[in-house]
Design a binder for this molecule. Structure first.
Ligand SMILES: C[S@@+](CC[C@H](N)C(=O)[O-])C[C@H]1O[C@@H](n2cnc3c(N)ncnc32)[C@H](O)[C@@H]1O
Length: 364
């Protein structure tokens, strides 16, 4: 067993930057999206009821994010997050709570400060078993019980460094584990207190409660290997699929923005695996400089041979007209040099597929 390596530190710092940058769109792309789906809304209502019904008692909400769930907790609440942007939003939402900006573990509190630590969609971002153990040990130092809320796996893989796009076209690597209620209960030595298709909750108690954490076998499930394999990402993660599935029903501009971000990320990485799911099988590319239509093989080869890690976009425009949409943006590979592209999408059943792309250079 080893502690966090330099590479993992860098990856974790990237993940924290992602949450900071996601603040403004977090609720819209998570809870508000779920609310518009009948099954999602029912699961969210159960989670919210579960939180409202937690017994009163000083609670530390670790990784509170925008405070969507924090506001439901009764009694004294201290909410902690590594992101100042998240905390600013949460502060406005839950004026009665006290807020602390810190990266954990360790937990910067005296022993026995709280009745409970609540960790909602936080534990699953701890990318290393050593850190997970340290976190649980810290929790049981500062509180009598730990309530962990997580998402069960919709399929394989159950953990990955996911590529997550944001509306501004940026993309980020985020470590995420999806875990079933029995697995989580086993790992924490706790009891299952909520189990729905979208959320699971487990309560683990300290020395006066059930089995101490140290005697529980822990399932590592390739966490450390996943951190090392950052270059080897699965193209579509549960996050993308779930988000796209929910968005596709309700928000064309949001889903097209996500697809556009994935398109750009594919070019940054030179990854056909990342691009293929975005495209229609009959996709055609018109090179705006030469006027040539590229054969499929030439397009794939050129993509793979020319990754552009520094590729950026701005001036993004999404126009939807019925089952047809156009996404356009300006790209830059280096300062002062720009191209523009127009991608045409068609709605096919529940999903959008890109049927045509044209890219041409802009005058300097
Ligand atoms: C998925 S969000 C969950 C937010 C909220 N608990 C919820 O369920 O809606 C994860 C949050 O944890 C924060 N976070 C991630 N790793 C952290 C760490 N090591 N220390 C403190 N906060 C962290 C992020 O900034 C983000 O706001």
């Amino acid at each position: 067993m080893r502690s966090t390596s330099e590479a993992e530190r860098t990856a974790i710092a990237g993940m924290l930057r992602y949450y900071d940058a996601r603040t403004a769109e977090y609720d819209r792309t998570s809870y508000e999206l779920m609310r518009r789906d009948p099954d999602g809304a029912a699961d969210l209502a159960r989670l919210e009821t579960f939180l409202r019904e937690l017994p009163r008692g000083a609670t530390l909400d670790v990784g509170c994010g925008t405070g969507w769930l924090t506001r439901l907790v009764r009694g004294r609440v201290l909410a902690l997050d590594a992101s100042e942007a998240m905390l600013n939003l949460a502060r406005r939402r839950v004026p009665s709570a006290v807020f602390v900006c810190a990266e954990v573990p360790p937990l910067p509190f005296l022993a026995g400060s709280f009745v409970r630590v609540l960790a909602a969609h936080f534990y699953s971002h701890l990318a290393n078993e050593v850190v997970r153990r340290a976190f649980v040990a810290e929790v049981l130092r500062v509180a009598s019980e730990l309530v962990v809320i997580e998402q069960p796996p919709p399929g394989e893989p159950a953990e990955a460094w996911e590529v997550r796009p944001l509306a501004d076209g940026s993309s980020h690597r985020v470590y995420k584990r999806y875990i079933t209620a029995p697995e989580l209960a086993h790992e924490l030595g706790g009891e299952i207190t909520l189990e729905t298709s979208s959320f699971v909750a487990v309560r683990a108690a300290g020395s006066d409660g059930p089995t101490p954490r140290s005697r529980q076998p822990v399932r590592i499930r390739r966490a450390i290997a996943a951190a090392r394999q950052q270059g080897d990402l699965s193209p579509l993660t549960h996050y993308d699929l779930e988000r796209s599935r929910l968005m596709a029903k309700h928000d064309d501009v949001a889903v097209l923005t996500t697809l556009n971000a994935q398109f750009i990320e594919a070019f940054r990485q030179g990854s056909w695996e990342l691009l293929e799911p975005v495209l229609s099988p009959s996709f055609a590319y018109l090179d705006g400089r030469s006027g040539e239509v590229f054969a499929h093989e030439r397009y794939v080869e050129s993509l793979r041979a020319n990754p552009v890690p520094a590729l950026t976009i701005d001036q993004v425009v999404v126009h939807v007209d019925g089952d047809t949409a156009v996404v356009s943006a300006r790209t830059s590979r280096q300062t002062g040099t720009y191209s523009r592209y127009v991608d045409t999408y068609e709605r096919r059943g529940d999903v959008w597929k890109c049927v045509h792309a044209c890219v041409w250079p802009l005058a300097a």
